[in-house]
Structure formats: structure tokens, C-alpha cells
Design a protein around this ligand. Structure first.
Ligand SMILES: NC(=O)c1ccc[n+]([C@@H]2O[C@H](COP(=O)([O-])OP(=O)(O)OC[C@H]3O[C@@H](n4cnc5c(N)ncnc54)[C@H](OP(=O)(O)O)[C@@H]3O)[C@@H](O)[C@H]2O)c1
Length: 293
């Protein structure tokens, strides 16, 4: 049920994960600390970071301070981080994760994702995550930016299946094939850049629906993602947006409006994210690079 910021999805290992969380990509340590504190103050129960963002120490500080300021305990917040491309491999993942725990000022992480499927290494990285999961250092393990070829390869070789796949997902980029594959295999979809990195906010259809429902464009998109059953982690550094992005539980988009947003999918390969040049864009039609498992 989509009720409030405490509403969760039950992942395939039984762990409950909040449906609406908070992202911190492209924020410095100092800004991440303040953003995370503000997010906790405004009721977010889930924070998404990554070693690649360079702000795990800032997030850890924000988490520690945000919990104390709001009378919360560590288990009240669902924390996600990711294994950096350069750390992939079995022992290197174990070593890197130990450092990430220290940076994040915690002794466990709720969800750890392989940030990107590095060909030839991601199966070893996964084995390391399985060990950390069995050792109780991580409550759930998942992937990000995995296309169907790589998901199939992982499912063939893993002993613990990923709980979710975090993909670029927003009105203009909907990953229909990958979503269908994940649904069929009980792998939850989570949206990164859920607002299109800001670009989907000015689409005329989104702006029209904002007027119709007397909501902001961001609230329309976040609500659409929630009604599509997708975990979403919008990012902002502004308190006004951090707060307003949570006001999505007092209205419901009609089926026709959900369908109107579904129809905005451009099925494109935006390709602006640097790692795609090296490892392939997971979105859309696979190229020779993406076909490598
Ligand atoms: N796994 C991956 O490879 C991957 C890749 C990218 C992102 N992610 C995760 O996904 C999270 C979200 O994605 P994202 O940061 O790319 O972008 P996003 O959440 O789609 O959009 C963030 C942008 O929208 C603006 N914004 C937020 N709320 C707004 C509102 N109510 N009105 C107007 N503008 C608003 C923000 O501005 P201000 O910040 O200026 O307030 C920022 O410029 C990241 O932070 C990260 O945690 C993961």
C-alpha cells in the first residue's frame, strides 16, 4: 500500500524497503551532510549513495547527525550504497566495503548494489556481496544498470538472487523490457534519475497534469512511479524541494493519466553517463559491448 514515507515494498528476501527514498548524487560531502539531515527531518526513511559519488563520509555524517537530531535509531533508516567500478572483483570488493562501512559511520548497510556490471568481474563482485550478506554486514544485495543479458548471466551463476535492479527510469526513459524481465523474476525495479535529472519536469504533459491535480511536476512524476510499483529516490539539495517531493500521498493519478505518462517513453539511449562509453548503455537495444556478459 502506498500510504506515506514509511510504506515499503517487501523484497524477495523478505526485507522491507521504503518505496520513496532520497538520492545524493553530485553533492559534495558538506552538501550531502546537510541534505541527508534535511531529508531525515522531513521524514525520509531511505537514503541512496555510492562510493563513486565521493560523498559517503558526508552521508555518514548526515546520517549520524540526522538520527540524533530526530530521536531516531540506525534501524529507522534504510541505507543503500554501491560497489565502485574500480573496486570490482572478489577480494577488492570485500576490502572496499570495509572502508565504505567506516565512511558511512555504520556497522551494516541495508542494501548494497553492484553499481555497474564490469564484464569479467561482476560475478566475482557478486560472490563477495553474497559473503557479506551471509556474514550479516548487508541486509539485501542487488544490482544497478544490468541489462537482460547480464541479469540472465547473474541468475545462472548466483546462489543468492538480486533483490532489485536500479535503472534509469522516468517518464522519458521507462525500460519496458528490463522492467518486464525483473517482474517475471521477482526482482524489484528502482528508478535512478526519477525526475529525468530535472529534464522531465518541464514536459508539457507533466506540467498539464500538475495543473490538473494542483501538484508540482515533481510530485506528479514521483506519484506515477509509486503507482507503477517502482521504488524512487529523487534528489534535491533545496529544503523546499526535499519537503515538497514527499507530498505525494494525498492524491491518486487516474488510470488515464498513468497511461498518458506511460506514453511519454522515448525508448532512447540518452548515453550521457560516462561509464556507458566503456561498459555500454544498459538502456534499450544492446550493442556489441552490452552483449558481453
Ligand atoms: N545507479 C546509478 O547509476 C545512478 C545514476 C544516477 C543517479 N542515481 C541515484 O538516483 C538519484 C536521483 O537521480 P538524479 O540525482 O540523477 O536526478 P533526479 O532525482 O531525477 O533529479 C534531480 C534534479 O532535479 C531537481 N529537483 C528535485 N526536486 C525538484 C523539484 N521539486 N522541483 C524542481 N526541481 C527539482 C534537483 O535540483 P536541486 O538538487 O538543485 O535541488 C536536481 O537538479 C541520485 O541522487 C542517485 O542517488 C543512481
Amino acid at each position: 500500500m502506498i500510504m506515506n514515507l514509511n510504506s515499503t515494498v517487501t523484497l524477495n528476501n523478505g526485507v522491507e524497503m521504503p518505496r520513496l527514498g532520497f538520492g545524493v548524487w553530485q553533492t559534495s560531502n558538506a552538501v550531502a551532510t546537510d541534505s541527508v539531515r534535511m531529508a531525515i527531518k522531513h521524514g525520509y526513511k531511505s537514503i541512496d549513495t555510492a562510493k563513486k559519488y565521493g560523498n559517503e563520509p558526508g552521508v555518514g555524517e548526515g546520517l549520524t547527525r540526522g538520527l540524533a537530531e530526530n530521536g531516531l535509531k540506525r534501524s529507522d533508516i534504510f541505507l543503500t550504497t554501491k560497489i565502485f567500478i574500480g573496486d570490482q572483483g572478489y577480494q577488492s570488493t570485500l576490502d572496499a566495503f570495509a572502508g565504505q562501512l567506516k565512511s558511512l559511520q555504520t556497522d551494516y548497510v541495508d542494501l548494497v548494489l553492484i553499481h555497474w556490471p564490469v564484464p569479467g568481474k561482476y560475478l566475482d563482485t557478486w560472490r563477495a556481496l553474497e559473503k557479506l550478506y551471509r556474514d550479516g554486514k548487508i541486509r539485501a544485495i542487488g544490482v544497478s544498470n544490468f541489462n537482460i543479458i547480464r541479469l540472465k548471466n547473474l541468475l545462472k551463476h548466483c546462489s543468492i538472487k538480486p533483490v532489485l535492479n536500479q535503472m534509469e527510469f522516468n517518464p522519458l526513459e521507462q525500460e519496458a523490457d528490463i522492467k518486464a524481465f525483473c517482474d517475471a523474476h521477482d526482482i524489484q525495479m528502482e528508478a535512478w534519475s526519477p525526475l529525468g535529472h530535472g529534464s522531465a519536469l518541464t514536459h508539457p504533459v507533466i506540467m498539464g497534469l500538475a495543473e490538473k491535480y494542483d501538484k508540482t511536476p515533481a510530485q506528479i512524476i514521483i506519484r506515477w512511479e509509486l503507482q507503477r510499483g517502482i521504488i524512487t529516490i529523487p534528489k534535491s539539495t533545496h529544503e523546499e524541494f526535499i519537503a515538497s517531493n514527499t507530498k505525494v500521498f494525498d492524491f491518486e493519478l487516474a488510470d488515464a493519466d498513468i497511461n498518458a505518462i506511460n506514453a511519454l517513453d522515448l525508448d532512447k539511449r540518452s548515453g550521457w553517463y560516462g561509464d556507458w562509453q566503456v561498459f555500454g548503455n544498459p538502456n534499450g537495444k544492446p550493442t556489441a559491448v552490452e552483449n558481453r556478459d
